[in-house]
Design a protein around this ligand. Structure first.
Ligand SMILES: [Zn+2]
Length: 463
């Protein structure tokens, strides 16, 4: 009997698949039973726009495309939601735990600080280890990214980070797990300066300092000056100031063997005809392959939208004379590290990462819309502003702001780097735009214009 029942069921399925175009498709939450520890979440998906959509009996607005997005409050404990559209009915159980949130104070108060009886020395395990200004493992508190084998003097710990003694009354923090401690006595001789070099290649000036060992450093940005601070393990500090006669176009400091290299980018020139002919740009279409990015209310994958806009941007920038590279041309997985490495290998002047936005639980996907641009280093802020103004002006998306955020691709690229969230895939109105070819093309044009406007502005500001 069961066998026959299945057969009938399959016949019904085939029958319905042929005529039933719409079915209630809930994209988020992604399962019928989930744990969400926030005061609210949302139902995002699509259905037949002709049918009435309800959540626990309350009517929900459906966009003419069928897309919907509805915020729902969550009580602590079990929350049951019944979502209905036409003959479709789905029941979701969402559990919210009472969570204890631990917030670390970013101030210099160090109540939980455990000071060691005596100072110790440690070595950094891997390249790219963050040296931080506060004992917090996140946020905009990175002084520099140190390389493997940089030696650090530490005098205590808190919240899983060691306190690094840079100089007298000058401290930094490093994750305990990112260092190793088998330092022998002769290792702790102070580093000696062997030689200094100066070099200029392409768009960069290089100040190179050859040392007997790797010691910590960071770069301080001032109005018309960059200052490289170098800290020897006996507590002595050296400074290398570089006066800027032009608007800063980017800088970096890093070790190449025992040479500390301080690279300062020269001003980017703009030409009348083919304005970008002197400029190398890397376009980074966010996500790809197995990594889909955000999923829209209509079930589009962010990775595909990003690639379409990135490809139009590629054409635009080539037309303007730039040397342009893409971190991916097709739907393939590329790691964040490889994207950064690619950009640095190509010696890109500008790095543009193209994404489309989504939201975490606790936000309202009907209220959040529009375009936002992110930067990490202050020198990229004017570029971020210029691109945002250009997009909002041309494609009329809501201005969702520019923000300083610690995104790995933006933080680790040596180029002037920004990340663009073109619009929200999770918003029923924005997703219509994102899927529109004309919008994609105009968005690409606007990004290209934003880059040119930025370059124009730094030509004028030149002192
Ligand atoms: Zn993304």
């Amino acid at each position: 009997m069961k066998f026959i029942g299945n057969k009938i069921f399959i016949a019904f399925l085939i029958f319905f698949a042929g005529i039933k175009v719409y079915a209630l498709d809930v994209v988020y939450p992604t399962a019928y039973n989930v744990n969400i520890n926030a005061s609210s979440t949302f139902f995002v998906g699509n259905t037949n726009p002709e049918e009435i959509l309800t959540i626990n009996g309350t009517k929900i607005d459906v966009h003419p495309s069928g897309a919907f997005a509805q915020k729902v409050p969550l009580n602590i404990g079990k929350n049951v939601f019944t979502i209905c559209s036409g003959f479709d009915k789905k029941v979701y159980t969402i559990n919210r735990n009472a969570v204890l949130t631990v917030s670390y104070n970013n101030s210099s108060k160090i109540d939980n600080f455990k000071k060691f009886d005596e100072e110790k020395y440690v070595y950094i395990k891997n390249d790219g280890t963050a040296l931080r200004s506060t004992p917090v493992e996140q946020g905009i508190n990175r002084l520099s990214h140190l390389e493997k084998d940089v030696i650090l003097k530490i005098d205590g710990e808190m919240y899983g980070l060691y306190r690094v003694v840079l100089a007298e009354n000058n401290y930094a923090w490093v994750n305990k797990k990112s260092v190793y401690e088998n330092v022998v006595q002769e290792d702790i001789e102070p580093a000696k300066l062997i030689a200094k070099y100066f070099d200029q290649i392409n768009h960069s000036k290089f100040y190179k300092i050859k040392l007997t060992k790797r010691i910590p450093y960071y770069v301080e940005e001032k109005d018309n000056e960059l200052i490289l601070h170098l800290f020897n393990i006996d507590g002595r500090e050296s400074v290398i100031p570089v006066k800027l006669k032009y608007n800063l176009a980017g800088y970096d400091a890093y070790y190449e063997r025992d040479n500390l290299v301080f690279e300062v980018k020269k001003k980017l020139k703009l030409y009348k005809f083919k304005p970008l002919k002197d400029i190398t740009i890397v376009i980074d279409a966010g996500h790809g392959g197995s990594e889909k990015g955000a999923v829209s209310c209509l079930r589009d994958n962010e990775k595909d939208i990003n690639l379409k806009i990135a490809l139009y941007l590629y054409k635009e920038l080539c037309k303007k004379g730039a040397t342009v590279y893409m971190t991916r041309f097709t739907d393939e997985f590329v790691s964040l590290n490889d994207r950064v490495k690619f950009s640095n290998d190509k010696q890109a002047d500008i790095f543009i990462s193209v994404h489309a936005n989504s939201l975490p639980d606790g936000k309202d996907p009907m209220k959040e819309r529009g375009t936002s641009v992110y930067y990490y280093y202050d020198e990229a802020k004017p570029l971020a502003e210029s691109i945002l103004n250009s997009i909002v002006g041309k494609v009329k998306t809501k201005n969702d702001g520019i923000y300083q955020r610690s995104f790995a691709v933006v933080r680790n690229s040596r180029a002037l780097s920004v990340l663009i969230e073109t619009a929200y895939v999770i918003n029923p109105y924005d997703i219509i735009l994102l899927n529109n070819e004309k919008f994609q093309k105009n968005c690409a044009k606007a990004i290209s214009n934003g880059i040119i406007e930025y370059l124009k502005s730094i030509q004028v500001n030149q002192s």
